[in-house]
Design a protein around this ligand. Sequence first.
Ligand code: PMP
Length: 351
Amino acid sequence: MSRFWSAKVNELTPYVPGEQPKVSNLIKLNTNENPYGPSPKVLEALKAEAADTLRLYPDPNAEQLKQALADYYNVSPRHVFVGNGSDEVLAHTFQGLLKQDKPLIFPDISYSFYPVYCGLYDIKYTNQLLTESFEIDLSQYPTENGGIIFPNPNAPTGRVLPLSEIESLLKRNTETVVVIDEAYIDFGGESAISLVENYPNLLVVQTLSKSRSLAGLRVGFAIGHPALIDGLERVKNSFNSYPLDRFAISGAVAAIKDQPYFEQTCNAIIESRNALVEQLKGLNFDVLPSATNFVFARHATHDAGELAVKLREKSIIVRHFKQERIQHYLRITIGTNEECQALVDAIKDIL
Ligand code: PMP
């Protein structure tokens, strides 16, 4: 606390990310990173960048990356915004929602950064409850709102909504922005990017941190109508001229262009996930259906917090949230097959 800062800054409740331990002998299944490294082509691109261009500023508009994303998603570069991780893209998006009369709506159990941005930018919000089975029920979302945002698939539950339900929402909710945070979409959902041409209020946000294994490089993007994208560009250009450095731009382009590696690693994660779900069920866990690179699981008798502590003692880190309604669950990132097996063996020891 400093008396030299405003009361607002002194009262902020910042987001607390999952633990990033320094020791490397831990099996880290707590922050939904990809267990496989990025495409080898990314490393080649980073080496080439390091060799001769670091004295120069990066392209402030990251045109090369926008073009690569536009080609990949079959839109124009004017539909694409890029930022320093999807957290930054989301921060700019929330800033674009300042001074709405009506509250922004998002699910009660969802990405816990959303209320933090609302606190930072003084945005009013209300939470829409998930159903008993932890599903987002968009039919309950009132059209009187200052915008709607939700992850699809949702985090930390892992449950996914079909595109048809998203389109029904967009047909009803035409007056305010609908933001879909698709951080985990490549592990089993259908992206709403195909709808941006038809719905000028739809903004789809994605990241290269998960399915492209580039969490350390910090690259996220949004795809939407050029008028929505233009607003994000104004916010960005009033904040940071060079959000993406040269490594981020070239590494991201190389990752997007390596389709075979992307498919191979996503498929491997999906297979490991499906196998882990079966093993956990066999150990008396109730596991929510997951379309992500993590599972959300609750043991029939063992306390989730205690399980997390005991796993940690065995050098395996998983995520436990103390929030009401989900305090009995563990969120477990899908690792390699060996890591998943080590997790299952450790759980068997503990039970
Ligand atoms: N959205 C959701 C739902 C997430 O879980 C995360 C990862 N914590 C992010 C966005 C942010 O990812 P990044 O900033 O690494 O792109």
